[in-house]
Each structure stands twice: as structure tokens, then as C-alpha cells.
Design a protein around this ligand. Structure first.
Ligand SMILES: [Zn+2]
Length: 390
């Protein structure tokens, strides 16, 4: 989601009973009740996706949720834990100074108090390294590496001859799922979650020519099989799968390229994965109309901006327009907006609180948060209701 060099992620429903003397033809009833009902409800999902706090930043984060996010009407928090938790099932995968069970319970409690859906994220398949650092999964289990012949560089640069952006695990390794599903199950249970976000964005290494299991396999099928496997595992516990949408968009035909879409052949997966996977469709330079692609293919979709407030408001406006101008079946798939943030959550709170040290990008993200989800008392509030741009 972040490029390493560029840092580039009703009509009023009749409130009273219908008077018995008021006879309306059936078609008129349809327009009065059915169409406006879905058209003007608030977006079902109003969310933020951030890294889980550090142990030191935990209390500040909980306070931020309690005093700032909840009053703004946010109802969804995707929290990127990865290995920042004291996993009991695999202590060998714990990050440094990870959150404890009691720590996570504080987050669970504040979310429950405000009816915020807490969705944990652990990156599966891709994003198993970052710049020159290997992630915990491949550091502990190097045998899961899809491209073991690609060595981690001392001085990471992009582009590089290996095309190394992030490592992937091999989805056909016979033991990888026994490990990662333990992690998934534990963090889902700890968060008492009914949905899990598996990441799965920017997977550049898949079906590598040198992988004895994956070579010669269709990359779209490989990607779809992995999504389906994760989805089926979660479904046993009535848990939904959320993923980023970029690997399902044809980057060449759309011109969207290799980051926010796929140019490595995975986009064929869009016709192969279960329709109950929720798609988080991120675009940071403009509100591309790709939510339509997902909705027309039967998926629930969230549109995901980042740190450009004007683009963020375009995302919001587009989502509301799509809900207002689609038939009921399609409209119900345009679920809402998930604002993404790609630095430590402390830096978001700093920017939100007006720190002069905050970078321009972080200030933009904080501004996006405030404009997308204005407090009821703020002047932006009517804009959110009307879906109008500021
Ligand atoms: Zn493989």
C-alpha cells in the first residue's frame, strides 16, 4: 500500500402510519418506501484501518477511540496486529514487546462500549517482508518462503533486479496453513471478532518459476484458491473474510498499473472467489470507479482513501452516489468508507491533535478523518449527511 520510495494507501421515510384513507398505487408505494429507504440511510460501514498500537501507546489509543473516533460515528476499526500480540499458539512468532491479552481486552472493551466492530488484520500470503526486513513468519519458518532464492538486501532499493517489493509465503506449502490459521484463530478469538482482514494486497511474488509447487500454475487460480481456503477456514466459526481489492483488478486494461491493481495475472481470481468476501478497494490519488466492478461481480465493497482529504471526500461522495443511483440489490453492496493509515497510530493521533512536527501526509490523513467523519457539532456535519463536497 505504501510504495517504498514514493510513500505511495431517507427521502424522509414516512414517519407516521399510512392513513387507511390514503390509497396509493403499488408502484408509488415502491418509490415512496423502497427506493428512498436504502438511498438515504447512513453508510453501513464508517471505518478506519490502522496499525495496532504499541504497548506504550495503548492507553492513548484507547482514549482516542473513546473520545474522538466514537463521537465521530465510526463503527468499524480494522486493526493491523500482525505479530504484535503475545500469541500462545506460536510464541516463536511474537514481535518485540507485543500486546498482551489484557492489553487487547482494553481495545475490545472500548469498541464494544461504542458498538464499534473490531476487525483484526494479519497479512497473509503477501507482505511477509518490508523493505530490507523479513517478517516474523518467514524469519522463523524460512521454508515457507515462495522465493528463497531472493536474498534480503542490506540496502533495500526500489526498483531492484529481483523485483523484490515484499516476500510472499508459498500458498501450496503443506505446513504453512497449520501455522497461520493458528495465528488467525487466536487473534479472532481474542478480539471476539466476526470478521478478519487478511490483507493480501500487492502480492507480486506468486506462482514463482522456481517454486517446485507453484510454477506453471495459473496465478489467478493460485490467488483465488488461497482466498477461498482462508475464507472457508473462517466460515467454520461464522467469521467473514475481508481483503484488499488490488489483486482482483486488471491493471493493464484499466491503466491502474501494478500497485492499486494487478499486472501479474492474479486478476482472474475475481470470478473464482466466494462472493461473501468483503473487498476493501483502495485508491489514493483519485476515487477510481472500481467499487462498481466489485459490486457488479457480487461483492460487498468498501472504498478506501488515505491522506488526501479532497480525494477522501471524493470517495465518500462516490459511495453515496452509487448507493443512491443503483437498484436495491446493487446499492446494498456499496458498504461504505474505510480510511486507511500507514504509519504508526501514534503519529496519526499527533497529527490529529495538531502537532507541528507532523508530516504533510500525516496531517492529510488526520484531516481526512475529520472531514469524512465530522462531529455532529462541526460545520462539516451537514455535508456528511448530504454527501456534498466541502
Ligand atoms: Zn509456491
Amino acid at each position: 500500500m505504501i510504495h517504498p520510495t514514493v510513500l505511495r494507501k431517507g427521502n424522509r421515510v414516512l414517519s407516521g402510519p399510512i392513513r387507511s384513507s390514503c390509497f396509493l398505487p403499488a408502484f408509488l408505494l415502491f418509490f415512496v418506501f423502497i427506493v428512498p429507504l436504502h438511498a438515504e440511510n447512513p453508510l453501513p460501514v464508517r471505518g478506519l484501518c490502522v496499525q495496532a498500537p504499541s504497548k506504550r501507546g495503548l492507553d492513548r489509543f484507547v482514549q482516542f477511540v473513546d473520545e474522538q473516533l466514537a463521537p465521530r460515528g465510526l463503527n468499524t476499526l480494522v486493526l493491523r496486529f500482525d505479530y504484535n500480540f503475545e500469541y500462545e499458539s506460536h510464541p516463536e512468532l511474537r514481535g518485540r514487546n507485543p500486546l498482551s491479552l489484557d492489553d487487547v481486552r482494553k481495545i475490545v472493551n472500548v469498541c464494544r462500549e461504542h458498538e464499534i466492530q473490531l476487525i483484526p488484520q494479519v497479512n497473509l500470503l503477501g507482505h511477509q517482508s518490508w523493505a530490507g526486513s523479513l517478517g516474523n513468519l518467514l524469519r522463523v519458518y524460512p521454508q515457507f518462503d515462495e522465493t528463497p532464492h531472493v536474498k534480503m538486501p542490506q540496502d533495500y532499493k526500489w526498483p531492484n533486479p529481483d523485483g523484490l517489493y515484499c516476500k510472499s509465503y508459498c500458498p501450496l506449502h503443506p505446513e504453512v496453513h497449520t501455522v497461520v490459521f493458528d495465528i488467525v484463530d487466536e487473534i479472532v478469538a481474542t478480539c471476539q471478532a466476526t470478521a478478519f482482514h487478511a490483507g493480501m494486497d500487492e502480492v507480486f511474488y506468486i506462482g514463482d518459476d522456481k517454486c517446485p509447487r507453484c510454477r506453471d500454475q495459473d496465478k489467478g487460480e493460485l490467488f483465488a484458491d488461497e482466498v477461498t481456503r482462508i475464507r472457508d477456514h473462517l466460515a467454520k466459526n461464522d467469521c467473514k473474510l475481508w481483503i484488499w481489492g488490488d489483486r482482483l483488478i486488471d491493471g493493464k486494461t484499466t491503466g491502474l498499473g501494478m500497485w492499486e491493481a494487478a499486472t501479474n495475472g492474479t486478476h482472474g481470481a475475481i470470478g473464482l472467489i466466494p462472493k461473501d468476501v468483503v473487498i476493501c478497494d483502495w485508491h489514493y490519488e483519485r476515487a477510481s470507479p472500481t467499487p462498481v466492478l466489485f459490486a457488479l461481480n457480487g461483492f460487498h465493497v468498501l472504498t478506501c482513501p488515505w491522506n488526501n482529504p479532497d480525494v477522501s471526500m471524493d470517495h465518500l461522495e462516490q459511495m453515496k452516489w452509487l448507493r443512491q443511483h443503483s437498484n436495491r440489490k446493487l446499492a446494498e453492496r456499496f458498504d461504505g468508507v474505510l480510511l486507511t493509515y500507514w504509519s504508526g497510530v501514534d503519529s496519526l493521533i499527533d497529527a490529529y491533535e495538531g502537532s507541528e512536527q507532523a508530516s504533510e501526509g500525516n496531517r492529510g490523513a488526520a484531516e481526512s478523518l475529520k472531514r469524512l467523519f465530522p462531529l455532529a457539532a462541526e460545520p462539516d456535519a451537514p455535508a456528511q449527511q448530504d454527501g456534498q463536497k466541502n
